[in-house]
Ligand binder design. Structure first.
Ligand code: NDP
Length: 478
């Protein structure tokens, strides 16, 4: 095999001009919090402080909700859909124009490889705004009645794994339907949401239509429990999702929850092995496995187990882990020290429970938060690593003999967000898809996203759909 070294190919970070500190974005302007509290956001790859960010308390959340209410009543809900569409198109165009800057900023704050932020996250952000811009003046044809009404003010809380993309999934349909929003980004990844606030200013979006309140879990709680909001949209852990569902149950708030997953990626003996191995790698090592729909449980048909595993190990040995801003990097940094601790803990549990752990030779940088791509074999369904969301680059491998056994094992989880099927037989794909209890079933591919396609879960993966025509329902009074 020819041996060669990759030359470093770093993306320049000079395109990003970071401010020393960022205020809250309320009523179209950046400003301080009432009590002056702030926190720092760091680069998980180097632990370097990137900026200081304002922490919103309940009084700030209240100001943001008031601004959103005013904008809803006086401006946005009364504006014809075709006019709202113009703003959404404008935002989409600015996201494209500032795409490189946003990609670098996302990789700096989140730790994900620039190849992914540049080629996946940011193009999908623009695509979401373009797509929902198209719906804004056609809502009466969406299948929700002749004159569907918006809900009012949406309180939206998003996680750190796809910061700007989750913002787009939340804000684009909300605005298209005529709602205004208060959004709280995750504590560890607020910077692209704040850049988005600048984009709202650049697009001349009327003040108060979008408000961004930064902070930690308490800020999120103040937002979802605020009596002035009509709709809660949350993406994050199942645990917090349940707390939110409980808090909203006695209210009139409409709630959508997009929570955890433990997806099965099922490889049948007739699947093209090289293609399936690429899909397995993409399924669990894309974005360091910080993906709610990650294919974290590989189910391989026994007859091809040795071949698939040998091929997978060979492929893993070629993955490059390191600087997220290097264009050759496949696996970036783990988003936070807390997440790294969780991945380490569950991996140790996997070993203690008797599964065999394997990682390719892989040098980890000294500074920052890193975890090597890892495979566990000899995993049984009872093991915690087969049941719990690890949310890291860790794959649990199980086997099966018959399609019925594959379905049984794939569905043996409290979650139901996604699944993958690899086979040459179309009939087997359809047979599996109709039996897998998962919101999305990918066939001979994995982690494919498109704004026109609805996404969401069964069981403890949450309820409601985002994306596509179905995603409008969450923001309409239907
Ligand atoms: P959380 O569910 O805590 O975070 C998601 C968002 O909710 C963040 O903005 C968070 O703020 C906010 N939040 C936290 N507590 C509350 C609350 N009581 N009320 C309202 N909002 C709140 O996830 P973590 O970041 O703590 O990650 C923990 C685990 O959750 C991960 O290890 C992973 O397994 C899973 N996870 C799943 C995701 C998915 O998409 N399925 C996404 C993220 C995590 P802040 O970040 O500031 O704490």
């Amino acid at each position: 095999m020819p041996k060669f070294e990759y030359a470093p190919a770093p993306e320049s970070r000079s395109i990003v001009s970071l401010r020393e500190s960022y205020g809250l974005f309320i009523n179209g302007e950046f400003g301080p919090s009432v009590d002056g509290r702030a926190f720092k956001t760091i680069s998980p790859a180097t632990e370097e402080v990137l900026a200081e960010v304002t922490e919103a308390g309940p009084a700030d959340v209240d100001r943001a909700v008031t601004a959103a209410r005013k904008a809803y009543e006086h401006t946005w809900s009364a504006m014809p859909g075709r006019e709202r569409a113009k703003y959404l198109f404008r935002i989409a165009r600015i996201v494209q124009e500032r795409g490189r800057e946003l990609a670098v900023l996302e990789s700096l704050d989140n730790g994900k490889p620039i190849r992914e932020s540049r080629d996946v996250d940011i193009p999908l952000v623009a695509a979401h705004f373009f797509y929902y811009a198209g719906w804004a003046d056609k809502l009466e044809y969406a299948g929700y009645g002749p004159a569907p009404r918006p809900l009012g003010v949406a309180g939206q809380v998003i996680p750190w794994n796809f910061p700007l993309l989750m913002l787009a999934w939340k804000i684009a349909p909300a605005l298209a339907c005529g709602n205004t929003v208060v959004l709280k980004p995750a504590e560890t990844t607020p910077l692209t949401a704040l850049a988005f606030a600048e984009i709202c200013q650049q697009a001349d979006l009327p003040p108060g239509v979008v408000n961004i309140v930064t902070g930690a879990g308490e800020t999120g709680r103040a937002l979802v429990e605020h009596p002035g909001i009509d709709k809660v949209a949350f993406t994050g852990s199942t645990e917090v999702g349940k707390q939110i569902a409980r808090a909203c149950a006695p209210t009139r708030k409409k709630v959508t929850l997009e929570l955890g997953g433990k997806a099965a990626n099922v490889v049948f003996e007739d699947a093209p092995v090289d293609q399936a191995v690429e899909g397995i790698v993409n399924g669990i090592f894309f974005n360091q496995g910080h993906v709610c729909c990650a294919g974290s449980r590989l189910l391989v048909q026994e007859s091809v187990y040795d071949e698939v595993l040998a091929s997978l190990r060979r492929r893993l040995a070629t993955l490059r882990l390191g600087d997220p801003l290097d264009k050759n990097t496949d696996v970036g940094a783990i988003n936070s020290a807390a997440q790294l601790a969780k991945i380490r803990e569950l991996s140790e549990v996997g070993e203690a429970e008797g599964a065999q752990r394997w990682s390719p030779p892989c040098e980890l940088p000294v500074k920052g938060f890193w975890f090597p791509p890892t495979i566990f074999t000899g995993v049984s369904q009872a093991h915690r690593i087969a049941r719990e969301e690890i949310f890291g680059p860790v794959l649990s491998v199980l086997t099966f003999r018959t399609p019925a056994e594959a379905v049984e094992k794939a569905n043996n989880t409290p979650y139901g967000l996604s699944a993958g099927v690899w086979t040459e037989k179309g009939s087997l794909i359809l047979w599996m898809a109709s039996r897998l209890r998962a919101g999305v079933v990918w066939a001979n591919t994995f982690n494919k996203f498109d704004p026109t396609s609805p996404f969401g879960g069964y069981k403890e993966s949450g309820y409601g759909r985002e994306g596509g025509r179905h995603g409008l329902e969450a923001y309409l009074d239907v």
